[in-house]
Design a binder for this molecule. Structure first.
Ligand SMILES: [Fe+2]
Ligand SMILES: [Fe+2]
Length: 374
């Protein structure tokens, strides 16, 4: 029996994935909001089986115990951070992230050095802010996994991730407050995704949304920022966070591989749709609409330009370099007539399918190991 998937409309609320009007029709999060409540529809599960069933997860648990670090004492918080100088240096390295030749006739055509510098500084603040909010999402999700996953080995491991994520929120929040003087509110597309993940009653969906999709993207994004930044405190902070994140993504891949190998096509179809939804929400958030607004630009004028900019499309697609091979390893790409493969083709990210998956890669990210390109 062939499984029927839901339409784009049903999954993400719009038929065309690049429908700018539909993307912008979702209002920004109120910057003054300080609390946001989400229903957690899940059962808490005890396991009375305390035997070792999953050695790979237990190995990860041991690694997590020895891989702990202390954000207060292990990072050089006395580093002076000159945001303007760093923005200049980074701009020399990677430009403005857009193709200047395509900006004629757009609202930013007249921008000079001063505006681009300000834009780069705002963008940096914005992306670190979204990392921080995403980290809080991970903190809540992992606490949820401790309760909902039926396996004892996984509960043990997940408990270490709770501490890791607390530390990640701590370092990003401190960096933003002490070094950059404040933060952006959570991007609405990111918040919708976090809401969906927390809201789902099925334990594996927390893993799929958080460990595979959000953390897979974070690992790629941290790696990119880590390579690029000339700021020593941030560089070290990201290095430490990545050593944890690589374990988290491995935790997701190892756990879900076992669960998904046993699922029916109909069950897998729901996971494929969820992965697609998550991928699109993350891509939508990377349009950083709050930054354009702060810079006085009408997002309706600039987003179509951004969506079509090849430099930006290239940078952005790199963020999926961990997600796509991990989805492939889980069997999500090709089951049900290659449904998710087709979606990733449409999003121009399928080229990463044969990159290394993250089931074992965490060993390379351990503290003390030299990262490629650093
Ligand atoms: Fe994290
Ligand atoms: Fe994480």
């Amino acid at each position: 029996m062939t499984v029927t998937h839901s339409s784009n409309e049903e999954i993400i609320g719009r038929a065309e994935i690049n429908d700018v009007e539909a993307i912008l029709a979702i209002p920004n999060v109120d910057p003054n909001e300080i609390e946001h409540v989400v229903k957690n529809n899940a059962d808490s599960i005890f396991s009375w089986d305390y035997t070792l069933q999953r050695p790979a997860l237990r190995k990860l648990y041991e690694k997590a115990k020895t891989g702990q670090w202390n954000a207060t004492t292990d990072l050089p918080w006395d580093t002076d951070v000159d945001a303007e100088k760093i923005a200049k240096e980074e701009r020399e390295l990677i430009g403005i992230g857009l193709d200047p030749a395509r900006l004629d006739g757009t609202p930013v055509a007249k921008w000079g050095d001063k505006e681009w510098l300000e834009f780069n500084m705002e963008s940096k603040n914005w992306s670190l802010s979204q990392f921080m909010h995403g980290e809080q999402g991970a903190l809540l999700c992992t606490a949820k996994i401790v309760e909902t996953v039926p396996w004892y080995d996984a509960k043990l491991y997940a408990s270490t991730q709770v501490v890791d994520e607390a530390r990640h929120v701590e370092v990003f929040a401190r960096y933003l407050q002490e070094k950059l003087g404040g933060e952006y509110q959570v991007n609405v597309h990111l918040r919708m995704l976090l809401d969906d993940i927390i809201n789902d009653s099925r334990w594996d969906m927390t893993y799929l949304g958080m460990q595979v999709m959000v953390e897979g993207l974070a690992l790629a994004a941290f790696g990119f920022q880590h390579q690029m930044t000339t700021e020593p405190l941030l560089k070290q902070l990201l290095r430490y966070v990545m050593s944890d994140e690589a374990r988290h993504v491995a935790f997701g891949v190892l756990s879900l591989k076992e669960a998904y190998d046993e699922m029916t096509d109909a069950e897998i179809a729901q996971r494929q749709e969820f992965a697609f939804e998550a991928a699109l929400r993350m891509r939508d958030r990377f349009m950083s609409q709050e930054v354009w607004e702060r810079m006085g630009i009408n997002t309706r004028d600039i987003l179509p330009v951004i969506l079509a900019d090849p430099t930006r499309v290239m940078f952005q697609s790199m963020l999926f370099s961990k997600i796509v091979p991990n989805c492939k390893k889980l069997g999500l790409l090709d089951r049900n007539d290659q449904w998710l493969r087709r979606r990733f083709e449409e999003m121009n990210v399928i080229q990463f399918e044969d990159w290394e998956d993250t089931g074992e890669e965490y060993v390379k990210f351990e503290l003390g190991e030299e990262l490629a390109g650093s």
